[in-house]
Ligand binder design. Structure first.
Ligand SMILES: Cc1cc2nc3c(=O)[nH]c(=O)nc-3n(C[C@H](O)[C@H](O)[C@H](O)COP(=O)(O)OP(=O)(O)OC[C@H]3O[C@@H](n4cnc5c(N)ncnc54)[C@H](O)[C@@H]3O)c2cc1C
Length: 259
């Protein structure tokens, strides 16, 4: 059995003032907002995110996690891809983002990154996971072997991913709004024959889908410690994220904190 636990707040994370310098629709349901700032000191690993403080009507501020899709250190510029899933604070902000708009951000944070040597790497997720999956795959050097399963609404939501790695990319088209515990993604991963050798898996996206996929991998003998799993959204949850952990891991964490 797995459980979701709120990720601890880290007030010490660096804060950044970001100014919008561009906004384009990359695909019909994905808007890329480009920011500049005093970002010379930003250190991140592909796949990590920032907590963005997005202004809303009547002075409200909405804190939402978004992956750093691309960071150009020379230009001190970064891109964030927003899924336009509904009428919601983050999508409203992204739709209306205009040159010169300013926000603050905290981070980077996150353990869903390419880590440690591996014979092959596995990436799965939906469109909210695509910015992170693309960033991680693009960072892989030649000679790495990667497999990716990404669920989107339709072919118009696919994006080219450029990488030196040997990538087997599978796009899954659900043809409908996303739903929890996606049978498409869960089924695709269940049918995937795990290659021999040491693997590393990054399993991200809708929480129930992530949990089921992680459980499926563990049931097939995939080592838990080689899976980075995080719930990026779930129906009814406002912002935040779900760290997919098991009771024994929760216990170990509580013991560490007690000492
Ligand atoms: C580490 C991390 C990285 C992330 N990176 C990205 C990213 O790069 N790009 C990206 O688009 N998202 C990303 N997300 C997901 C994003 O933070 C959430 O989707 C967030 O809830 C969006 O805020 P909102 O204001 O649009 O909706 P909220 O106000 O948070 O939620 C409103 C309603 O919409 C539902 N909802 C939220 N997101 C979705 C969705 N995608 N599809 C369907 N229903 C949804 C909620 O469950 C809720 O019922 C990331 C999340 C995490 C934790």
């Amino acid at each position: 059995m797995t459980e979701s636990a709120p990720f601890p707040v880290h007030p010490a994370r660096p804060s950044w003032r970001l100014t919008v310098v561009g906004a384009v629709d990359v695909t019909p349901r994905l808007r890329r907002v480009s920011f500049v700032g005093d970002l010379g000191g930003l250190q991140h690993r592909p796949g990590q995110d920032l907590a963005l403080n997005l202004p809303g009507p009547q002075g409200a501020t909405h804190r939402r996690h978004y992956t750093i899709r691309r960071f150009d250190r020379t230009e001190e510029r970064l891109d964030v891809d927003f899924v336009l899933h509904a009428v919601s604070p983050a999508t409203n902000w992204a739709r209306g983002a205009a040159l010169g708009d300013e926000i603050t951000a905290h981070g980077p944070r996150g353990r869903t990154t390419v880590s440690g040597p591996a014979d092959w790497r596995l990436f799965t997720g939906d469109e909210t996971a695509l910015p992170g999956i693309a960033a991680m795959i693009e960072s892989l050097p030649a000679g790495e072997r990667a497999f990716a399963f990404v669920e989107v609404a339709g072919p118009e939501d696919e994006q080219p991913i450029e990488t030196a790695a040997d990538l087997a990319m599978v796009w899954l088209h659900r043809g409908a709004p996303p739903r929890p515990a996606s049978p498409l993604l869960i089924g695709a991963l269940a049918a995937f024959r795990l290659p021999p050798g040491v693997g590393q898996a990054c399993v991200i996206g809708e929480t129930a889908t992530v949990r089921a996929q992680r459980q499926g991998l563990v049931a097939r003998g995939f080592p838990k410690e080689r899976i980075a799993a995080e719930g990026y959204w779930r129906p009814g949850r406002i912002g935040g994220h779900d760290h997919i952990v098991e009771p024994d891991m929760l216990l170990a964490r509580a013991r560490r904190r007690a000492h």
